[in-house]
Design a protein around this ligand. Structure first.
Ligand SMILES: [Zn+2]
Length: 246
C-alpha cells in the first residue's frame, strides 16, 4: 500500500532521540511522502532542513496562531516568502479560539497577512483552526487551494468546504473521537487527506504519534465508510498530488 502522511512535525524535540528510526519505520510501513509543517520562525528553518536531508519529506512553511506572541512575526513572514520556492504550501496558519493564547484581533491580523501571502505566491494554504472553523472558512473562501488540516468542524461546514473543492484533512484523532464520526461518514474521498499531526494525536492514546500510524486513520475511515483502506490511501495520495501540484 502506498500511503502518505500529509501533515506532521518531525522536527520537534520529541523526535530528537530517534528521528532516523521514526522515518525508517514510516518507509517500512509503506509511506512514500511525509509533509512536515513549520509553526514559527525556528520550526520553519528546521522543517526546511529536514526536507533537504530526507528525500521523502517535503516542507510547508507557516505561523501557527498560538505562536504569534513567541516568535518574530515579520521575520517569520519574510522567511516564508524568501523560502517559498523550497516549500509546497503556506501553513499551518489560521485561528485558534480554543487555546486562545493570543487576542482574536491579533490572530486575525496575522492570519490575513498569511492569506495574502498564499494568494500572492499562488500556493495552497494549510489551515489550523480550532473553534473558529466558520470564521476561517469565510476568510479563505476566495482562495483557490485550501486544506483544513486536522478538521474539527461540523459536518455542515464540511459540505461548504467540499463545495469549494477544498480539502478536509483527517488526523489520527478520528480513531478515538466520536465527534468526527459524521464528518468521516460524509466526506467525499475526492476531498480527503489523511495525516498524523505527529507528535500529537496518537491513535494509541498517551503515546507519541508518528507518521507510520497514518495507516490507523486510513483503517478507521475505511471501516466507517465500508470500503478498503487501500482505497482511502489511494485517494489521499492522489489528492495531495493534485493540491500541491506534485
Ligand atoms: Zn500541526
Amino acid at each position: 500500500m502506498n500511503i502518505i502522511d500529509s501533515h506532521c512535525h518531525l522536527d520537534f524535540k520529541r523526535f530528537d532521540k530517534d528521528r532516523d528510526a521514526v522515518i525508517r519505520r514510516a518507509e517500512e510501513a509503506g509511506l512514500s511522502l511525509i509533509i512536515n509543517s513549520g509553526v514559527d520562525y525556528a520550526t520553519n528553518l528546521s522543517t526546511l532542513e529536514l526536507a533537504s536531508s530526507y528525500g521523502m519529506i517535503r516542507a510547508t512553511l507557516g505561523l501557527n496562531p498560538n505562536m504569534i506572541a513567541e516568535t518574530d512575526v515579520n521575520r517569520t513572514l519574510d522567511l516564508i516568502e524568501e523560502r517559498a520556492g523550497d516549500a509546497l504550501g503556506i501553513g499551518e496558519v489560521g485561528l485558534d479560539y480554543y487555546r486562545n493564547k493570543v487576542p482574536k484581533s491579533r490572530q486575525k491580523e496575522v492570519f490575513l497577512q498569511t492569506i495574502e501571502l498564499a494568494r500572492r505566491l499562488d500556493m495552497p494554504l494549510i489551515l489550523h483552526s480550532r473553534d473558529a472553523e466558520d470564521v476561517c472558512f469565510e476568510l479563505v473562501r476566495d482562495l483557490d487551494r485550501v486544506i483544513f488540516h486536522c478538521y474539527g468542524g461540523t459536518a455542515s461546514l464540511m459540505e461548504k468546504v467540499v463545495q469549494k473543492n477544498f480539502y478536509i484533512s483527517l488526523a489520527t484523532v478520528i480513531c478515538y473521537s466520536e465527534d468526527h464520526r459524521k464528518v468521516v461518514e460524509r466526506v467525499p474521498l475526492e476531498n480527503l487527506l489523511i495525516e498524523t499531526d505527529s507528535p500529537f494525536l496518537s491513535p494509541f492514546r498517551g503515546k507519541r504519534n508518528e507518521p507510520a500510524y497514518v495507516i490507523e486513520a486510513a483503517r478507521e475511515i475505511a471501516r466507517v465508510k465500508g470500503i478498503e483502506m487501500e482505497e482511502v490511501a489511494a485517494f489521499s495520495l492522489q489528492n495531495v498530488k493534485q493540491v500541491y501540484n506534485i
